[in-house]
Design a protein around this ligand. Sequence first.
Ligand SMILES: Cc1ncc(COP(=O)(O)O)c(C=O)c1O
Length: 383
Amino acid sequence: MKHIRTDLADFDIRFMAFMKEVRSVEGIINFTYGEPFQNTPDSIKQAALEALNENRTKYPLPLGLPELKQAILKRYQERYGVSYSEQEIVITTGASQSLADTLLALVEPGDEVIGLEPCFILYEPMVTIAHGTYVGVDTSKDGFQIVKETIVASVTSKTKAIILTSPNNPTGISFTAASLQALAEIALEYGIFLICDDIYDQIVFHPIASLVEYPEIRDHLIILQSFSKSYSMTGWRLGYAIAPEKVMKAIGNVQLVMQSGVSTFIQYAGLEALNYDNTSFVDDYRRNADAIALMLADIGLPFHKPDGAFYVYPDVSEFGLSSWDFCLRALHDYKVALIPGSCFSSHNDRFFRISFVCSPEELKEGMHRLSHFVDDLRKERSL
Ligand SMILES: Cc1ncc(COP(=O)(O)O)c(C=O)c1O
């Protein structure tokens, strides 16, 4: 009997294990969701229904609907003044697949890919599937920003790419222009790719800097995007990747061979989504971000106020507990579900993620439970 890939069979996705625990407890306030709570807007659903009624149900064009690709590129032109051709974009089933296509296209066995930790839970396993070596670099000691020397210390001759998300999951913090400048310099000096997972860039509470604005790194930049978070379309599985033509040729070939394209009626929904003004969604998250900042300050846990997305990442090092134990106790004894920081980074264990995609009432109740827990922990420690 031949062996299977044990590196895949033995994946330990800590997040999944914690979510199993969360599902086993009743009566919780759930701060673990990484998806919008609003329904997909009616205009978007209507566009899909119309496309279905027009029988747009045959095999799709593997690299995407030309109208959708052109509409997306027009937006990049208007927003950033950058121009990409239709040969430089591919429509995918979400940013997850954009990332998988990209890694399979770029990574050769033994190549290293840097993740700026804490970061999205799937980066490490995806690099592994692509036969690469994942290298996590801790940004927490630099205020979740980029210090060039810290990153350079982890760059080797095998480094192929750095993956980044801004605003980030799990912190909600965006990279400053100085951080992006440092990454741009590293990309140019070491000839490596920057894989920019921009899935939250339309959920921001104030304007943020973007690597798309650095024309000098155009040949190094791969942009990953998704309709999931911006338009509350997580279940539609729609996203895209943009990259310079030569790189896109390889990414597109992975997409063509492995996926054969995205359902056409879903791409029509995406086309309509581009006309949707998601300001009211962002306003909901901003309101919760403001409220949670006040409540966390009141509880007295250190945190950075989020710049966007719907996450905040408080520091619980004062209790001397692992983030896993902290969150387990919060879940079982106080019925508030949080995600341990150890799910997003193997370099430090001082944080937990709160996802504030919920009603103001749930937010208040969940934070009340957290406050109660923290009070009890402080009392225990002072005994
Ligand atoms: C940073 C980041 N990238 C990618 C994804 C996956 O996005 P999609 O739904 O488009 O596959 C997520 C989902 O939570 C995410 O947080």
